[in-house]
Design a protein around this ligand. Structure first.
Ligand code: PLP
Length: 399
């Protein structure tokens, strides 16, 4: 680590970082020593339009001089515009903005409580969530996250969450009781190791939710904003959820989160029931609109699908080449992963040495999350670097 003051002044809730990153452009990042890295982390699925996109910078610059913040006491044209564009992409409903993925999920949980409390005598408040999910670090979102890795030490957590294995429809159904108000799942579990929800699982959940009169809520924080080759990951399955959380890619690096509620529920939050000082600020929504401009103008959703197919095929070739160390290739679009047979921290270090950044996830997983703007040449460069990194990792593991 280059900066000795890091551990003196920053609380160590992250492992000591190995790089100090100072600049980004397109698919590349530079550290403070001038080393260049091909960035296949995208700030953990945030920089979907790449670093320093010209249109994004120009839009932000213009907005900074016009108005950065004014609070939700006032109507904000950029916010209305972003909400309209998102509703057009998702379906009839309305938006509520916040600042992060955890906050968006927190709002989903509060939404579910409001629905449950419509008839207080029924005492409906429970949510069924998936094992291995990650919904964020705030107390509500953490309570919806099953892994002890995140929960330990923070108990007691919020009451009212039960966990069922991901993709196991009957397990979800069995957990539902008279007090259940809804289910909440990711369409692709990100931190949980790039586990894709089967279309049949999502369709089955929708069917059960409609039959039992409970809510279907989706966390699209990591899989959303074009990354999987759909605007939101669940859209491939064709289900119609009641509520969706978004964040990460939505601002292209500027913090913004959003919640979509279907028309049926869109007016459940009434003045005073929920709020935020910063959420949906003129600048944040300008960033969101600029991201959508780029997604639309450059056809990035289709690009994610096509480039993803190429990258996935290349990763399968490597799996065939190194069957003893690569167990599986998982994911969709440009949300892909190699599942390794052993902890991959040394492999991630190899990548770094070879000038490429990738990010780990649960269960020995190495995630490939390039910007959706990644070029064919950069994808080839990535595969060369991946191949070299795997070769050294394999040779080390054979010693
Ligand atoms: N939900 C999912 C699916 C995530 O992947 C994350 C973050 O990784 C979150 C929620 C939390 O988002 P944030 O870190 O912006 O609070």
């Amino acid at each position: 680590m280059n900066n000795p003051e890091q551990s003196h002044y920053l609380i160590s809730n992250y492992a000591p970082p190995s790089l100090e990153i100072v600049r980004g452009k397109g698919s590349y990042l530079w550290d403070s020593s001038g080393n260049k890295f091909l960035d296949f982390t995208s700030g953990i699925a945030v920089s979907n339009i790449g670093h320093g996109h010209e249109h994004w910078i120009n839009s932000i610059n213009e907005q900074v001089t016009e108005l950065v913040h004014c609070s939700n006491l006032f109507s904000i044209p950029q916010q209305v515009r972003l909400a309209k564009r998102l509703v057009n992409k998702i379906g009839p409903g309305k938006m509520l903005f916040c600042n992060s993925g955890a906050e968006a999920n927190e709002a989903l949980i509060k939404f579910a409580r409001l629905v449950g409390n419509q008839n207080p005598s029924l005492k409906k408040y429970k949510l069924i969530v998936a094992e291995n999910a990650f919904h964020g670090r705030t107390m509500g979102a953490l309570s919806a996250t099953s892994s002890p890795k995140y929960r330990d030490g923070f108990e007691p957590l919020l009451d009212g969450f039960s966990f069922a294995p991901f993709n196991d429809l009957s397990a979800f159904e069995e957990k539902i009781d008279d007090q259940t108000v809804g289910v909440m799942v990711e369409s692709i579990q990100g931190e949980g190791g790039i586990r894709v929800a089967d279309d049949k699982f999502l369709q089955g959940l929708e069917h059960i939710c409609r039959e039992k009169g409970i809510l279907l809520m989706l966390d699209e924080v990591q899989a959303g904003i074009g990354r999987t080759g759909e605007f939101l990951g669940y859209q491939k399955s064709g289900v119609k959820p009641d509520a969706i959380a978004m964040a990460k890619g939505l601002g292209g690096g500027f913090p913004i989160g959003g919640v979509w509620l279907s028309d049926q529920w869109a007016d459940i939050f009434q003045p005073g029931s929920h709020g935020t000082t910063f959420g949906g600020s003129p600048l944040a929504c300008c960033a969101g609109n600029a991201v959508l401009d780029v997604l639309e103008q450059d056809n990035l959703i289709l690009a994610a699908r096509e480039k993803g197919e190429f990258l996935e095929a290349e990763l399968y070739k490597l799996k065939n080449q190194y069957p003893s160390i690569i167990k599986e290739v998982r994911g969709r679009g440009l949300m892909l992963a190699l599942v390794m047979s052993a902890p991959p921290s040394e492999l991630i270090a190899q990548f770094r040495q070879n000038g490429m950044l990738v990010v780990g996830a649960a269960e020995n997983v190495v995630r490939f999350l390039p910007p959706l703007t990644v070029s064919k040449e950069e994808l080839s460069e990535a595969m060369e670097k991946t191949s070299i990194s795997l070769k050294s990792f394999y040779q080390e593991s054979e010693k």
